[in-house]
Design a protein around this ligand. Sequence first.
Ligand SMILES: Cc1cc2nc3c(=O)[nH]c(=O)nc-3n(C[C@H](O)[C@H](O)[C@H](O)COP(=O)(O)OP(=O)(O)OC[C@H]3O[C@@H](n4cnc5c(N)ncnc54)[C@H](O)[C@@H]3O)c2cc1C
Length: 322
Amino acid sequence: MCKDARQAEALRAATKGDERIAIVGAGYIGVELAEAFAQNQTHQVTLLQGGGQLLNHYIDPAMSQHVEKRLVDHGVHVQLNARVEAFYGTEGSSAVTIETAEAQYQADVVVVCTGFLANTALLRGQVAMDRSGAILTNEWMQTSDDNIFAAGDACTVHFNPTGKQAYIPLATNAVRQGYLVGRNVFGHIQRDLGTQATTAMRLFDDNLATTGLTMHHAQQVGIPAASVTYLGPYRPAFMTGHDEVMINLVYNPENRRVLGAQLLSTHEITQSANAVSIAIQNRNTIDDLAFVDMLFNPHYDQPFNYLNLVAQQAVAQADSTD
Ligand SMILES: Cc1cc2nc3c(=O)[nH]c(=O)nc-3n(C[C@H](O)[C@H](O)[C@H](O)COP(=O)(O)OP(=O)(O)OC[C@H]3O[C@@H](n4cnc5c(N)ncnc54)[C@H](O)[C@@H]3O)c2cc1C
């Protein structure tokens, strides 16, 4: 297990002498582990991903290619469309053979990061759960038995961009839900506001932050969606150092509501995902985001912040297709 800092330390210690590390699954955990092992420089890291892109639950393909390039530039061997089907040990050797439909890979250590299920066996058959076994709750965090409350990775969340329950195990959701349970055991005191599943990760020198729906996710759940991509400096070019920011903004072209955003930059842009999260939660449109008041100072951004600018691109695109 690599769930907490102590386990991560144990994994690092246990893999010290191992050269070939294979990581199965390129979600957040897989990509973060690939980065951590690659930073170590004593490992040959192979990242095996079942689908055609990395981080497919969080970012759209174009941004994923940038993430892939960062990993490859740091020596990670990224193998897409490599769905692992079996592992074999070899007599007298600690090496593991990893088998996909197309190929075999050798490794000294394999770390499997293909997601996990809610650990809810304790309550199975006693409270309502979704198909994957995550506990369903109401907005007060009560289960179908109103004397039993649930929070965290054991239960679903209300995902605001779709308006439906979803299984999105994140510490952010767990902490808020736990807080609400602590209050609501004394009565219906504080409602859950739901989540946009806002996340961030550090990848070498880059920062990646996401919130809400990707284009692919929107299409999957039948929400009309369009997207624009902003590429530009985060602050005026006359300033020394003006790193590029890449932003994908996903919106609903019918009601113009903001649905999601993905941001990637060597500049610290993660807090901007939080700003878009608020816009999604408050059902703001691309028109709101395009002209909402944001600070300007040449140290920090341009007269229009990059969030204003990407939303202005979306407004232009939406107006041209009206
Ligand atoms: C490598 C990694 C990195 C992550 N990074 C992030 C991040 O950057 N941001 C983010 O938002 N989320 C992150 N997450 C997700 C985050 O860790 C979880 O969403 C969060 O820990 C959920 O909290 P929880 O209390 O519901 O469950 P847990 O933290 O899993 O705690 C549940 C506890 O219950 C105990 N337990 C289980 N069954 C029983 C039982 N029958 N009786 C008694 N005790 C029991 C378990 O041992 C465990 O200690 C990460 C997860 C992983 C694996």
